[in-house]
Design a protein around this ligand. Structure first.
Ligand code: COS
Length: 384
């Protein structure tokens, strides 16, 4: 749902200009230094990027899902690391508080998240619990009016910078399934929390992930999201469902950028006396990319609109996350192919995107998890 087309258009133009004039020129520097310059972070905060999804009453922009998709399509036009900087704060890190938190929890945290004063991370994955999220082993054992948390969370995006964690921990050791999991808001400066060394990744340099280790970390019972034990897995699933539409949009946007770079290169690069864009085998690759991007774009917008209408979009969210991320991988591969030998050299930038987008097929649910969600929903519906 687009609430006011003129307001959205003006905001999108601001984002597009920022991406074009400030972020694209900084891509190589970020890749080399693994740091996003402080002035760019400040500008993103000023633009409201950390508050995209936080309701206006808490100081954010309160974008609908469809509006958020439009912004992510625009952000896709540059290195995914820039999106990642605010992605956990507008997405998986904050939305659990918004969906299931108490009025006090929302009032305390959402305004600071909206301005970017506070960054949020989502702490679900563990060394032994990834796709099988319900098997997580981190424990939170009640002790008076606190819970004592012990365990390790892995690959936690933005954890070195986070002010709060949306933490999923097992409060009922006798319940090894999803019902034993509770979601907490844990402030990062709580004694007993330490952050591991920043992971060395295949791509997305500038976006930082690390382990988060909890050792006898005492968290007040008042920090349970919604004050209800045993609801954490459902909160996590709801958050991830929305996140999957967001990731689909960023995958579409990034694919569009790679295709444009490949098209421009194909028009400039001459072989056998003519631009390689005039060869039909190159044209086939360009056309396949265009059609697949168009399909993923339509799917993502459709899923967003249905979610805004209040429909259950579990299946659609997984369909568009799976299709868009896999499509983005194919586009990246063809783009490198069109660049030929230049595609393998870092100075042309396309190999960086090729590595960066590989993550889209993995995080917020692998392609195989999306397949499981889609098929399970189909079977459930058919059985009635
Ligand atoms: N919204 C609301 N509730 C949901 C839900 C959703 N999208 N998905 C599941 N639930 C609920 C179920 O309805 C069920 O509730 P009841 O017990 O009341 O029936 C409960 O959550 C457990 O669901 P389910 O039985 O499907 O859990 P499983 O352990 O079988 O796990 C998968 C399901 C595999 C889909 C889940 O573990 C998953 O999504 N894994 C991937 C995790 C992931 O994306 N990790 C990325 C890390 S963060 S970057």
């Amino acid at each position: 749902m687009i609430r006011d087309p003129d307001t959205l258009k003006a905001f999108l133009e601001t984002v597009e200009r920022f991406v074009r004039e400030r972020l694209v020129p900084a891509e190589q520097e970020v890749a080399e230094t693994d740091q996003i310059p402080a002035d760019l972070i400040r500008e993103m905060k000023e633009m409201g990027m950390f508050g995209l999804t936080i309701p206006e009453e808490f100081g954010g922009l309160g974008l609908t899902m469809e509006e958020e998709v439009m912004v992510m399509l625009a952000m896709g036009e540059t290195s995914p690391a820039f999106r990642s900087l605010f992605g956990t704060t507008v997405g998986i890190g904050s939305q659990g508080i918004l969906f299931d938190g108490t009025a006090e929890q929302k009032a305390k945290y959402l305004p600071k998240l909206a301005t970017g004063e506070l960054l949020a991370s989502f702490a679900l994955t563990e060394p032994e619990a990834g796709s099988d999220a319900a098997s997580l082993r981190t424990t939170a054992i009640r002790d008076g009016d606190h819970y004592v948390v012990n365990g390790t969370k892995r690959y936690i995006t933005n954890s070195p910078h986070a002010g709060i964690f949306t933490l999923m921990a097992r409060t009922d050791p006798n319940n090894k399934g999803p019902g034993g999991v509770t979601a907490f808001i844990v402030e990062a400066d709580t004694p007993g929390i330490s952050i591991g060394k920043v992971d060395k990744k295949m791509g997305q340099r500038g976006a930082h992930t690390a382990d988060v280790i909890f050792e006898n970390c005492r968290v007040p019972a008042s920090q349970i999201i919604g004050l209800k034990e045993g609801q954490g897995f459902k909160t996590a699933m709801k958050v991830l469902e929305k996140g999957r539409i967001h990731i689909a949009a960023i995958a579409v946007g990034t694919a569009e950028r790679m295709l444009r770079d490949a098209l421009n290169y194909a028009i400039e690069r001459k072989q056998f006396g003519q631009p390689i864009a005039d060869f039909q085998l190159v044209q086939a690759m360009l056309a396949d990319c265009k059609a697949e991007i168009y399909a993923a774009r339509c799917m993502t917008i459709d899923a967003a609109r249905k979610r805004d209408e209040g429909q259950n979009v579990s299946t659609e969210a997984s369909c568009c996350k799976m299709f868009a991320s896999e499509m983005c991988g194919r586009v990246a591969d063809r783009a490198v192919q069109i660049f030929g030998g230049a595609g393998y050299l870092s100075e042309y930038g396309i190999e960086r995107f090729y590595r960066d987008v590989r993550l889209f097929r993995l995080y917020e649910g692998t392609t195989q998890i999306q397949q499981i969600v889609i098929a399970r929903n189909m079977i459930k519906e058919a059985r009635g």
